[in-house]
Design a protein. Sequence first.
Length: 112
Amino acid sequence: MSNLPNCPKCNSEYTYEDGLLLICPECAHEWSLEAEEQEENAKVVRDANGNILNDGDTVTVIKDLKVKGSSLVVKQGTKVKNIRLIDGDHDIDCKIDSLGAMKLKSEFVKKI
Ligand SMILES: [Zn+2]
């Protein structure tokens, strides 16, 4: 009939669409294809104001941040271009002109 995915519960191939839901007639499982897709890239990184950050964004640092393991400080107001989102405690990978490559926490930056 179409290229709908098999039922994730019983693997039946007789699934059909009903609005936004997919329904399995064999085990009565209902699910949303859209929700599943969103879950796969569900990791959303937000700045201090709750705005969603994306790779390539430019942000400013909202407070002085000591760089772990060094005497360097990333000053409040430092502009950070072209951030890259990563997994982990520090979820922003970036390069700051005067300081070099480092990792920041999204809660201490805000998007410009
Ligand atoms: Zn099923």
